[in-house]
Write a protein that binds this ligand. Structure first.
Ligand SMILES: Cc1cc2nc3c(=O)[nH]c(=O)nc-3n(C[C@H](O)[C@H](O)[C@H](O)COP(=O)(O)OP(=O)(O)OC[C@H]3O[C@@H](n4cnc5c(N)ncnc54)[C@H](O)[C@@H]3O)c2cc1C
Length: 397
């Protein structure tokens, strides 16, 4: 056991995609950075649709060149009302070329993105990795003292809490979380198909939630199927052939014959909101700071913006000779992140509620809204741009 803390400018706790990106970005600012995270194989088959500036950010971290060949471009997105209700929305199609882009972004398997992030993290002289769990986080006046399960102690002036939903950092900072279970679950799996996806992602809106088929390289797609918990349990228990048939029916055979690949996972859905994103020298990043349902592919894209903003703010503070964990610096992080996170959580929540609602007026409003977006070019283009990144954002991504 070592009782003399090793001293760092910044420490990142948690080695998910948001934590690794934050660690690389902080180390690239020249801050002496510690990453406390277990090295473990990625445990599920989720993919991420990297939108807007996320790819540019990963390019700046020198991560994107290591994984771009494993990602599929997303050039168009279709929203299909599959509720079977009396009042249905017309199909809405968003095309990247309508806003002057080659693609909205790229879909990549999380395990491949993680391995590119891990590779880059291992190269940086300013980044020291501790392959361990964090046991205690104690904020003080001048620094935060962190103790790992193996006995290593270190201190940092600012901590990025990227330790996911049950965040120890959030608890140590004394930031309360408001959680709402959505009584929905997302089933994820990947499929091969007999027809090409033509880089179009298709989202079927069912009365239990969306079921989305997102392109992967080749004739493959990732599927996120949101349903009631009991329906999701039924689906995950099906045999491969039965699940292939069920997914093909749900996709209305637009991708031809589907073949399920090995590996399925179930995620109970919730919304988690915080009053504050930073306190007591701790800035929260990724799902430690916000949890939203997988609608519109926003979660990790927000997490990457957290990482980018924190690194920018720490770099500016250190260049000006400021303490990077001081209250004015944390306040800058808070105001950089608040509007983005709150507005996106609100919009995703409303989109989900309006889909699930049995109320005819709400269904009519939803159908009318989608009809307007579908038929009125300027509104559709605004929706596309806002879906990629908030328009008021001053920073690079
Ligand atoms: C079905 C589904 C589909 C999704 N699709 C998309 C999408 O297309 N686009 C998108 O942008 N987002 C998407 N998301 C959201 C995205 O997956 C999450 O936002 C993202 O994975 C969160 O990453 P993270 O690094 O914040 O958290 P995590 O991946 O949960 O990482 C947290 C890490 O911290 C570690 N940790 C926890 N406690 C400690 C401790 N005490 N010490 C050390 N380490 C610790 C954990 O082991 C873990 O490795 C989706 C989510 C779901 C459920």
């Amino acid at each position: 056991m070592n009782d003399v803390p090793e001293v760092f400018d910044a420490a990142v706790i948690g080695g998910g995609p948001a934590g690794l990106a934050a660690a690389i970005a902080l180390a690239q600012t020249g801050a002496k950075t510690a990453l406390i995270a277990r090295r473990a194989p990625y445990a599920d088959n989720r993919t991420t649709a990297l939108l807007g500036g996320s790819v540019d950010f990963l390019q700046g971290l020198d991560v994107w060149p290591r994984c771009r060949d494993s990602a599929a471009p997303l050039q168009a997105m279709r929203l299909v009302d599959d509720t079977g209700r009396l009042i249905r929305a017309p199909e809405v199609r968003f095309s990247a070329d309508e806003i002057g882009l080659d693609e909205f972004g790229f879909n990549i398997e999380n395990r491949l993105l993680l391995s590119a992030l891990e590779q880059r993290a291992s190269e940086l002289a300013e980044l020291t990795r501790f392959d361990d769990e964090t046991e205690t986080v104690v904020p003080g006046d001048a620094d935060v003292v962190i103790r790992a399960a193996g006995g290593k102690t270190l201190s940092a002036r600012v901590v990025a809490g990227a330790d996911g939903r049950h965040s120890l950092c959030r608890e140590a900072a004394g930031i309360a979380v408001k959680r709402r279970d959505l009584h929905q679950a997302a089933l994820t799996f990947n499929v091969g198909h007999s027809r090409p996806h033509r880089n179009i992602s298709t989202e079927f809106h069912t009365p239990q939630g969306p079921c989305v088929f997102v392109p992967l390289p080749g004739d493959r797609s990732s599927v996120v199927w949101v349903a009631s918990p009991s329906e999701a349990e039924r689906l995950i228990a099906l045999g491969d052939d039965e699940l292939s048939d069920a997914a093909e029916r749900q996709s209305h055979s637009i991708l031809g014959r589907l073949t399920i690949e090995p590996g399925r996972h179930l995620f109970p859905l919730a919304i988690e909101q915080l009053r504050q994103f930073a306190k007591a020298r701790i800035a929260l990043v990724g799902e430690a700071a916000h949890v939203i349902p997988p609608i519109g592919a926003q979660g990790l894209n927000m997490g990457l913006r957290d990482a980018a903003d924190l690194a920018d703010i720490v770099r500016e503070a250190m260049a000006a000779g400021e303490d990077p964990g001081s209250p004015p610096v944390l306040k800058r992080y808070e105001s950089a992140r608040r509007a983005d996170v709150l507005s996106r959580t609100f919009v995703i929540d409303i989109a989900n509620r309006s889909l699930l609602s049995d109320l005819l007026p709400l269904q009519t409003l939803r159908a009318a809204g989608l009809h307007l977006i579908g038929s009125f070019g300027p509104l559709r283009r605004l929706a596309m741009r806002e879906g990629l990144a908030p328009s008021w954002r001053r920073r690079a991504i």
